[in-house]
Design a protein around this ligand. Structure first.
Ligand SMILES: NC(=O)c1ccc[n+]([C@@H]2O[C@H](COP(=O)([O-])OP(=O)(O)OC[C@H]3O[C@@H](n4cnc5c(N)ncnc54)[C@H](OP(=O)(O)O)[C@@H]3O)[C@@H](O)[C@H]2O)c1
Length: 276
């Protein structure tokens, strides 16, 4: 596994498994620097969203990077207020305008908003057919949201982005993951660092010591070894570097199982298990 190793989607496109998240990276210098440092380090995937208000900065850095467009991968997301067929089409246009790129690699439904989400998906399919977005997927979908979507979609989602780390790896997550695996939907972990709230965990510390790594690196490596895509966020250059230095060691099967057994059903973002 390398920094630009790819995962293949069911629609034939590929995405780097590892990337940079930019939630709370402020539009302007903060986000621009984070993206530049990341690209210099070898990151090729950047995860933004209309809600983050930094799509313009992400697009700008990508355009000016000198890196061929095909080597870069950008994800953005449809915000909750924009669900519905026509408003999804409009929101996508706005995101494209902000990004200033010829195409988006992956557009996600940010959250399974009840009632409107199937109309939204019809618009997502239309967007994909237009060729302005290569792949479409979802975020925060639990197994029942996915089942509903798969029963109604012409084009299935290629990816499900959900909060995932060893402390949030209980039955409901695992049901969603199992369904994704069965249906060839890539699982992408957000909040993979638990927003830095479990970096003192003794099991993580033990492994960090053994491998000469930080506990943040242990968490990122865990996600990759479980076969997930992972998008840690940092706005600091030294951490953007640190988070990418996870490709020179590997857990034993026992260690992987030990980390995967740390579940506390602890979530740091929103809770889609409460959404019908
Ligand atoms: N689809 C969704 O609903 C959804 C929800 C949440 C997040 N996301 C996506 O997932 C990405 C990651 O999630 P997240 O940003 O919420 O949380 P995260 O990646 O788990 O944690 C980010 C936090 O950890 C700190 N950090 C980063 N690297 C560190 C390191 N090596 N050591 C110690 N602290 C470190 C960062 O601070 P500094 O910046 O100061 O380094 C920041 O406060 C987001 O940026 C976003 O792209 C999606």
């Amino acid at each position: 596994m390398k920094i630009d190793s790819k995962l293949r989607f069911s629609d034939g496109h590929e995405m780097p498994a590892f990337g940079l998240g930019v939630f709370l990276s402020e539009e302007g210098d903060e986000c621009a620097n984070a993206c530049k440092w990341a690209l210099d380090k070898g990151y090729r995937l950047i995860d933004t969203a209309a809600y983050y208000r930094n799509e313009a900065t992400v697009g700008n850095v990508m355009r000016e990077s000198g890196i061929p467009r095909e080597a870069l991968f950008v994800t953005s997301k449809l915000w909750n207020d924009d669900h519905g067929y026509d408003s999804t089409l409009r929101a996508f246009d706005k995101s494209m305008e902000q990004l200033g790129l010829e195409y988006m690699d992956l557009y996600l439904v940010h959250y399974p908003v009840p009632e409107k989400r199937l109309d939204t998906w019809r618009a997502m399919e239309k967007i994909r057919e237009s060729g302005r977005c290569r792949s479409i997927g979802v975020s925060n979908y639990m197994s029942w949201h996915l089942e509903e979507l798969l029963a109604n979609a012409n084009t299935p989602p290629v990816l499900n982005q959900i909060e995932m780390h060893p402390f949030c790896f209980g039955n409901k997550r695992r049901e969603s993951i199992d369904l994704c695996r069965e249906k060839n939907i890539v699982v992408q972990c957000y909040c993979p660092l638990v927003r830095a709230r479990r970096l003192e965990d003794p099991v993580l510390q033990k492994l960090a010591e053994k491998y000469g790594k930080t506990t943040a690196q242990i968490l990122i490596r865990w996600a990759l070894e479980e076969g997930f895509s992972v998008i840690p966020k940092s706005s600091k250059q030294h951490r953007i570097h640190e988070n990418a230095e996870v490709f020179d060691f590997a857990f034993t099967p026992e260690e992987l199982a030990e980390v995967s057994g740390l579940n506390e059903d602890f979530i740091v973002c929103w809770d889609p298990t409460q959404t019908e």
